[in-house]
Design a protein around this ligand. Structure first.
Ligand SMILES: *Cc1c(COP(=O)(O)O)cnc(C)c1O
Length: 441
């Protein structure tokens, strides 16, 4: 626990913390960002990322068999990188004006689970399933279609998987685990949306509900899962497999940029803006982009004003030791994918050297952006996923580009849209209408 004196000392070290505690939207530049030349050695590297991508390739025949909707992409799960010029035009009705090109990375359209959690969550479960199959010697002739067979389902049914989630991670882990035949339990926090819980149960997933926040759901899930030797816990607060799964997204974006003939170099900076919960998905993709583009890519995280978990972890230097609750921040937000009080230990220690900064956003703004993106580009995102859209203009409000001598006229901005496709129609309409009312305010 932290005393009032501790907290006063944190504020003295970085006075922006006072605004964060007062729930004001802030733009924070990371003073600990390292250039590639000074980057410390991490536990994982580019080779691990490439190896992670190879796992996806091995499992492609399984996906084609188990999820026929993936046949048209040969069993590879990827989302479009879409230019959004009309949204840029709308944003540019207010200063400062965005130069360069604005893209949306449409992970809301990732097949099967409709959120970025399909990258990390699927990867970790597949990695675990592959290991079990290899150990048991049941995988013959490297035929990964067998993972969709009744024999494999029977084999996996003796094993269990547990995960704590605010919703989307549970959906991804739940869907893939149930498909493989695992007995899967999702421990959800109070802020998980009812439709997400219903959908999970529909897919054959056991849902255990907690009245507390995400960290409490994770703690309970971890304890109950680890007590069972046949069970495996996917730990969102400390998982390098989740992180590696997310990092593959960077390799895929690099291919998409190349196909679109978009350069990233000293004259053509790349910016990425990612909604941030525990920091795993934005950390994994930022790590991946840095491995590919080095100092030419600039990564920013976005958190709700009520759940600035990674931001407070980084500012205080306490990382996962501190929760926003320790600072009197309530962790209450409609952005359920970001409703996280304590950051990932594994991801945050790496992000502290990699990222350029973090900004926070009020819930009203998330909804307003949701409606604006629908109106301009006809693209539906869930509220959590819209947070990156104000990134380019926020960065322009600071002296970041000037200080780093960046040629903004030829910049490429990628806003990571992290989820939305599974949201039911009725909810979509409610979100959109709320967004409209926020716009006229
Ligand atoms: C989980 C999630 C995030 C954030 O990912 P973290 O790994 O928790 O930081 C962002 N957007 C959506 C829609 C999510 O579900």
């Amino acid at each position: 626990m932290y005393t009032d004196k501790n907290i006063a000392d944190f504020i003295k070290k970085d006075p922006i913390l006072k605004d964060i505690i007062a729930l004001k939207p802030v733009i924070w530049e990371n003073p600990n960002r390292k250039s590639m030349a000074d980057m410390p050695k991490f536990l994982i590297n580019k080779e691990d990322m490439v190896a992670a991508e190879a796992l996806w390739d091995r499992f492609a025949p399984f996906f084609m068999e188990a999820f026929p909707e993936t046949q048209k992409t040969q069993g590879i799960l990827e989302s479009p990188l879409k230019e959004i010029p009309k949204m840029k035009e709308l944003l540019n009705e207010q200063a400062p004006k965005i130069d360069g090109r604005l893209f949306l990375k449409c992970d809301n359209k990732l097949p099967i689970s409709g959120s970025i959690k399909a990258r990390g969550g699927f990867y970790e479960v597949l990695h675990h399933a592959e290991k079990l199959a290899l150990q048991a010697g049941i995988l013959k002739n490297s035929d990964y279609r067998a993972f969709a067979s009744p024999e494999f389902k029977q084999f996996f049914s003796q094993y269990k998987i547990g995960v704590g989630s605010t919703g989307n991670l549970g959906l991804s882990i739940g869907i893939i685990s149930a498909k493989l035949g695992f007995e899967v339990t999702v421990y959800v926090s109070a802020d998980a949306k009812p439709w997400k819980k219903d959908l999970l149960r529909e897919k054959g997933v056991k849902v255990v509900e907690f009245s507390g926040d995400f960290s409490e759901a994770i703690l309970a899930g971890r304890q109950q899962t680890e007590a069972d030797p046949m069970a495996y816990f996917v730990d969102d607060e400390n998982s390098n497999d989740l992180f590696l799964g997310y990092s593959v997204g960077a390799l895929r974006i690099a291919k998409q940029l190349e196909e679109a003939n978009i350069l990233v170099d000293a004259q053509h900076p790349l910016f990425a803006y990612s909604p941030c919960g525990v920091g795993g998905s934005p950390g994994g993709t930022a790590f991946g982009l840095k491995q590919i583009y080095g100092d030419h890519v600039h990564c920013f995280f976005v958190e709700p004003t009520h759940s600035p978990a990674v931001l407070t972890g980084l500012i205080t230097g306490e990382n996962s030791k501190i929760s926003v609750k320790d600072l009197g921040i309530d962790n209450k937000t409609e952005a359920d994918g970001l409703a996280v009080g304590r950051p990932s230990n594994f991801a945050t220690s790496m992000s502290s050297h990699i990222i350029s900064g973090v900004y926070t956003i009020a819930d009203q703004e998330l909804f307003a952006l949701l409606a604006k993106l629908m109106d301009t580009e006809n693209e539906f995102l869930e509220p959590s996923a819209t947070a990156g859209l104000i990134g380019p203009q926020l960065v322009l409000k600071t002296d970041y580009a000037l200080k780093n001598k960046l040629n903004m006229a030829d910049a490429t901005h990628i806003v990571w849209a992290t989820g939305g496709d599974l949201v039911p129609e009725k909810q979509r309409l409610e979100f959109y209408e709320r967004g409209l009312s926020e716009v006229v305010m």
